[in-house]
Design a protein around this ligand. Structure first.
Ligand SMILES: [Zn+2]
Length: 375
């Protein structure tokens, strides 16, 4: 234990030596850095975000996003005493006496190209506030990208009351106006090719196949532009076909034993969060409350199995194994020994072959290949 601490101190010294330009922490009353530096996960739920000593951020925007979410969640009136491209010094309760002990110091480290929380006093003595200084119209706008993508006509009044319900904070109509303007202009202007075309594609799918679902979520890149983080497609015609028979998630079988791909997703990472998102959308789409048998076959991905446990827990309607077909890879689930008679049909293999060819193509081309194949 002692040895680990020594190593870290050495590493800290090493870093300081390497980055003479980084402003040194003037307040020596700091906690020790933990042995393993946590890396901030921007995929985390907004209300689980909190600054942790030693945590690294790839850019100041992510650090500020984390701090704003943390402030909103707890009603902390944080403010930036120093705020430039090389450092961030954060305190709590600017004009109140006595001020809160909270203090966070995060300089930029050039070698690692990260912002790291080098010192942190995380305790507070303040009471909850409802007007959070760190909340900017841009922060509000970002929370509304996906909502405004779905409903660009959302009224400012509705937005304001939604925000107070969801986040338990007070924002002004003016902030909402700016936030909406910001979000819509980002969506239109910054959603770069080919992602803006991807969105148009989704609108066209919904227009031409009434009742179909196409859900796209967006995220920021390092340069601040918007990209599609993940997207989900389920055609109404395909979905309706499965009501007559049993169901394989992702691959459905109708009353004539014809099998067809049911819904598919494009995600940047395969993890528990993306699988929960996929399952939620799929369960909505297939209205699983109607008591139809559900057969889920999986490739055994850990994130997926956890997601199923959470989202489709111990459902009596689930026949066969509680698994889901993940990568359309027949070899994977043969190895696992999970079989449904529905799998005997070679469609999975041919669908897999189709995917294998299509997956190397640009997103729209791939989606079109799958769509044409499904038709
Ligand atoms: Zn405080």
């Amino acid at each position: 234990m002692k040895r680990a601490t020594t190593t870290i101190q050495k590493k800290g010294m090493f870093l300081n030596k390497l980055c003479p330009n980084v402003e040194k922490e003037e307040d020596s009353n700091v906690e020790q850095l933990p042995p393993v530096y946590p890396v901030h996960n921007s995929e985390q739920q907004w209300d689980e975000m909190a600054p942790v000593l030693g945590m690294k951020f790839t850019n100041p925007t992510k650090l500020k996003q984390c701090l704003t979410n943390y402030a909103v969640k707890h009603g902390y009136d944080l403010w930036y005493e120093k705020n430039d491209k090389n450092k961030l010094l954060v305190k709590c309760c600017k004009d109140k006496e006595p001020t809160c002990p909270f203090r966070l110091w995060a300089p930029w480290t050039r070698e690692e190209r990260t912002f790291q929380i080098k010192s942190l006093k995380s305790s507070h003595k303040c009471g909850r506030v409802f007007k959070i200084g760190l909340v900017t119209y841009k922060w509000i706008g970002k929370q509304y990208f996906n909502i405004l993508l779905e409903n660009p006509r959302l009224s400012l009044r509705k937005m304001k009351s939604q925000i107070s319900r969801t986040y338990n904070i007070i924002v002004s109509i003016g902030q909402c106006r700016n936030a909406k303007k910001f979000a819509l202009s980002e969506i239109e202007g910054t959603l770069k090719e080919p992602y803006s075309r991807l969105w148009d594609y989704g609108i066209e799918i919904k227009r031409a196949n009434l009742g179909s679902t196409m859900n796209m979520e967006v995220d920021y890149t390092l340069d601040g532009s918007l990209v599609s983080k993940r997207l989900y497609v389920c055609f109404k015609g395909v979905r309706d076909g499965i009501y007559k028979g049993e169901l394989l998630v992702a691959v459905g079988r109708d009353a004539n034993s014809n099998m067809f791909p049911l819904a598919w997703v494009v995600v940047t990472v395969e993890n528990k969060e993306t699988w929960k998102w996929f399952l939620d959308l799929l369960m909505d789409d297939i209205d699983r409350g109607n008591g139809n048998g559900l057969t889920l076959i999986s490739d055994g991905h850990k994130g997926l199995i956890e997601a199923i446990k959470e989202r489709v827990p111990h459902d009596e309607n689930i026949l066969c194994a509680r698994h889901i077909l993940a990568n359309f890879n027949t070899r994977d689930f043969q190895e696992e020994g999970v079989f449904c008679d529905a799998v005997e049909n070679g469609i999975l293999e041919s669908f897999n072959a189709e995917i294998v060819q299509a997956r190397h193509k640009p997103t729209i081309t791939m989606l079109e290949d799958i769509r044409v194949y499904v038709m």
